[in-house]
Design a protein around this ligand. Structure first.
Ligand SMILES: NC(=O)C[C@H](N)C(=O)O
Length: 373
């Protein structure tokens, strides 16, 4: 379907992927099943905008896979091959929206915007937030440039990088706990208050040309396995070792505090790295950077074991950075580990070092700091 408001000088393509914005009652619970045309029909169009709809898939986003994300990335590139397109809006479930947004952002080379949005309340309900979010997303997609991939939700404009789902049900579902939002949208205005920080984008991965969502058998492209493992009191290396044994090419360790675990886990990380597995360390704490402060199984030892700290990126987006690295370096995770490590370092924020006074123990000795770890 194509819709135009008032001459429609700005051409926006809406790519529909499912989520609550497209979800209807199935008798036992909600699931995505409304078409992109039906979703678009719920929203008014900003003045001067023409919209075309692409129905790509229709899934609850907890079922999103790397094959879906690669297919979406390919569709974005194909859509922007048309110079007459001014921007793209993607409707997406909120559960994994931050992963897809970041994956697209890491590969986004165009100055035209890609804006992801969705809803916390289902399709076709009188109190739904989908129509307003879609209207806002269209407004942003038709008026900004050079900001990379954006998340527009509940009147707020967020950079893809760092933005996570912070509310399970409330309408203001997204924020970056470590940074301010980029801007606001509302009352027919888009106000951008700061520029996002983005690394040099990656080229389109070769696997993007062949990965088929849901494919098994000969159509299935072997995409690298990347696992997330969370540390906690009583934590041991069992799951990390099991992930390596299951064929993981990348592991995100969700550590405690500023990036700490145990000596046993640090030893397991060293073993994994020796086998060519990329290991990134993030934290269970919602906000703030990772930092090399503690030994005794802390971030100092995890880095010495060959892991990379993820700056302020949290688990789901750190996993996407590892996945994108592996895809860029050969597509299957069988590339050169040293090259992969250098590339992943570029995609992550640089590790934040401890203040010199604390790193050397200040008036305390370094071993006293270690003993307190
Ligand atoms: N609000 C939502 O969109 C949640 C939904 N389960 C999804 O991610 O598809």
């Amino acid at each position: 379907m194509k819709r135009t408001n008032d001459g429609g000088a700005r051409r926006i393509v809406v790519i529909s992927t499912g989520g609550t914005i497209a979800s209807r009652w199935q008798g036992t619970g909600y699931a995505a099943d409304a078409s992109g045309d039906d979703v678009l029909a719920t929203a008014p169009l900003p003045e001067g905008v023409t919209v075309e709809v692409v129905d790509l898939f229709n899934v609850n986003s907890s079922r999103m896979t790397a094959a879906h994300q690669l297919a979406l990335l390919r569709t974005v590139h194909e859509t922007f091959a048309d110079p007459g397109v001014d921007g793209i809006v993607i409707t997406h479930g909120t559960d994994t929206l931050e992963e897809t947004a970041f994956f697209l952002d890491l590969h986004h080379t165009d100055n035209r915007p890609v804006v992801l949005t969705g809803a916390q309340r289902p399709f076709g309900t009188g109190d739904g937030d989908g129509p307003g979010n879609l209207y806002d997303a269209l407004q942003v997609a038709s008026s900004v440039s050079d900001l990379g991939v954006l998340v527009v939700f509940d009147g707020r404009v967020h950079a893809a990088r760092g933005t996570v789902k912070t509310q399970t049900l409330a309408a203001d579902a997204f924020s970056d706990p470590s940074a301010e939002r980029l801007g606001r949208v509302g009352f027919s205005r888009v106000d951008i208050e700061r520029q996002p920080e983005r690394p040099t984008p990656l080229p389109l991965p070769a696997a993007a040309h062949t990965a088929v969502p849901g494919a098994t058998g000969p159509d299935a492209v072997p995409l690298p396995r990347v696992d997330i493992i969370t540390h906690h009191s009583d934590g041991d290396p069992f799951l990390l070792n099991a992930a390596v044994a299951a064929g993981s090419r990348g592991i995100v360790l969700v550590a405690t505090g500023a990036g700490n675990a145990t000596p046993e886990i640090a030893a397991a990380v060293a073993d994994a790295v020796a086998q060519g597995v990329l290991v990134a360390v993030t934290t269970r704490v919602p906000a703030g950077p990772l930092a090399e402060i503690y030994t005794g199984g802390g971030a100092v030892d995890l880095v010495a074991a060959g892991a990379l700290l993820t700056g302020t990126l949290r688990a789901a987006q750190a996993r996407i950075a590892v996945l994108a690295t592996l895809l860029a370096d050969g597509g299957t995770g069988a590339g050169d580990p040293a090259r992969s490590t250098a590339l992943l370092r570029r995609l992550l924020d640089g590790p934040v070092r401890a203040e010199p006074a604390l790193a050397t123990g200040g008036s305390r000795s370094a071993s006293a700091v270690a003993a307190r770890a």
